[in-house]
Design a protein around this ligand. Structure first.
Ligand code: BGC
Length: 502
């Protein structure tokens, strides 16, 4: 194969790759330097809310160990690092008339400067689920569109003002489906609302998730409008939202199962992506919910449509879809990993919802590219090895199943770019570190770096080595500077170079 043909099979040299984290999952130090409470602080401390009783008080102690974490990123040779800002460190009480906390600004500012000094591009999520508790107490948080939208926009504005001179990649929200369904439908994430009174004293799972999703779309859209009107020109960055969504494959060829897979995509992804990229909710969502689906005013819709400059994609697995059931959060579709012939789709992860199936990653990339036509930034993708936490450290570091998972998704990524022509600009593996895995506490490990929670020591797993090597091998290198020689030898060298090129 000639060098030209080979370079076509590589990712472009400005492709961003690295690892992702989120503030509440890694920082700890919840009372430090004026931080206000977030909805996860007390929620995670309540008995029964996390599998192992773990909470966010210490997490991976990254509020204190951020330098060590950046050194780790440097040792991995990443191009970029995706992390999130904790709203309640920036504005402890959250609201548009509440004071800004300079220590919080300083904390993230120093991280940004340090990353840049090491040649690592910061990729920043403004909201990764840690709503200031004060806003939930004051007016019901995401349930109150009139209040939360301007409060979020104000918080985002502070971020653009204080960090936007250095941050060129902004994500307004991480995974609105999870915020809405897991926080206000199933009640497993903070603030834990649910119609199930054994689980929660408050909540209406039939209406609240759809109201919350609507508020999040609007908060995203108005923050993005503000950025593009007041900051983008001077700062030269990009802004978008990142959506979770797994590939949905029909269980078999039955027409109702083919239709079911589309319904599942409509609710998992289309609920947010269709209004943002196409300007309307998916038809099926309206059919399923009737007047429980909130309606955008024409003015709102004009702001929502086109509000994300790229497609931010978080994805983990593939579900086989069968029509039926009454679970609206899955579009009244049943998910399984068991094929009609009884075999499993892939290797089972520690969490029930995740199996390893690389080809689904390529199919999803193609689906999103065709449907929405936007450049895709893969902002999360990862695997939790079964029972990793009960293994001795040395054994856990040989994380073969995670390596296999990343082999599948990275080769699917390359095929999607090189063979299918999908415009993909980044890949962030979840996660840099084992960390606080929300309702799973510390029982489920997603890190490419093992964290020994007894002493907070970090140990690279085989998967970290795999990913770093893979991107070193598969991203085009910067052209080496042309040799600068004088005299007849230089002429000979130039002739040789030209001959090789020809
Ligand atoms: C979230 C992360 C989470 C990961 C694994 C994503 O949904 O953004 O915060 O840890 O999945 O469950």
């Amino acid at each position: 194969m000639s060098s030209v043909a080979l370079s076509k099979n590589k990712l472009p040299k400005d492709f961003l790759w690295g690892f992702a984290t989120a503030s509440f999952q890694i920082e700890g130090s919840l009372d430090a330097d004026g931080r206000g409470k977030s909805i996860w602080d007390d929620f995670s401390r309540q008995p029964g809310k996390t599998l192992d009783g773990g909470n966010g008080d210490v997490a991976t102690d990254s509020y204190n160990r951020w330098k060590e974490d950046i050194d780790l990123l440097v040792s991995y040779g990443v191009k970029s690092y995706r992390f999130s800002i904790a709203w309640s460190r920036i504005i402890p009480l959250g609201g548009r008339n509440d004071p800004v906390n300079e220590s919080g600004i300083q904390f993230y500012s120093t991280i940004i400067d340090t990353l840049l000094a090491k040649g690592i591009t910061p990729f920043v999520t403004i909201y990764h689920w840690d709503l200031p508790q004060a806003l939930d107490d004051r007016y019901g948080g995401w349930l109150n569109k009139e209040e939360i939208v301007p409060d979020f926009v104000n918080y985002a504005k502070v971020c653009f003002e204080r960090f936007g001179d250095r941050v060129k990649y902004w994500l307004t929200f991480n995974e609105p489906w999870c915020i809405s369904i897991l926080g206000y439908g199933r009640g497993v994430f903070a603030p834990g609302h649910s119609s199930d009174r054994n689980r929660s004293p408050v909540g209406d799972s039939a209406t609240e998730p759809w109201i919350v999703g609507h508020s999040v779309i609007l908060a995203h859209a108005y923050a993005s409008k503000l950025y593009r009107e007041q900051f983008k020109q001077a700062q030269g960055g990009q802004i978008g939202i990142t959506l979770n969504g797994d590939w949905m494959m029909p269980y078999d060829d039955a027409p109702e199962n083919i239709e079911a897979a589309q319904h599942a995509l409509d609710v998992a992804i289309g609920w947010f992506a269709d209004p943002i990229y196409l300007g309307h909710y998916p038809e099926y969502l309206g059919v399923m919910l009737g007047d429980r689906l909130p309606v955008f005013t024409p003015e709102e819709l004009a702001v929502v449509k086109g509000s994300s400059e790229f497609y931010g994609m978080n994805t983990y697995t593939t579900n086989l879809c069968k029509a039926g059931g009454d679970d609206e959060f899955q579009g009244k579709v049943q998910y399984t990993f068991t094929r009609p012939d009884g075999t499993q789709l892939g290797t089972q992860a520690h969490c029930a919802w995740l199996q390893d199936y690389g080809p689904g990653f390529r199919d999803l990339l193609n689906y999103l590219w065709k449907r929405y036509g936007k450049a895709i930034y893969v902002t999360e993708n990862g695997f939790a090895v079964k029972d990793e936490t009960s293994k001795p450290i040395e054994e856990a570091l040989s994380d073969h199943d995670r390596v296999h998972y990343f082999q599948g998704t990275t080769s699917a990524l390359l095929a999607a770019v090189a063979e299918d022509g999908v415009d993909i600009r980044s890949y962030f593996a979840w996660s840099l570190l084992d960390n606080f895995e929300w309702a799973d506490g510390y029982t489920t490990r997603f890190g490419v770096t093992y964290v020994d929670y007894d002493n907070q020591k970090r140990y690279p797993k085989d998967s970290a080595r795999f990913i770093c090597q893979w991107f070193k091998d598969n991203v085009e290198k910067d052209e080496p500077p042309a040799p600068r020689r004088k005299g007849p030898l230089a002429a000979l060298a130039a002739r040789l170079v030209n001959a090789v090129k020809a």
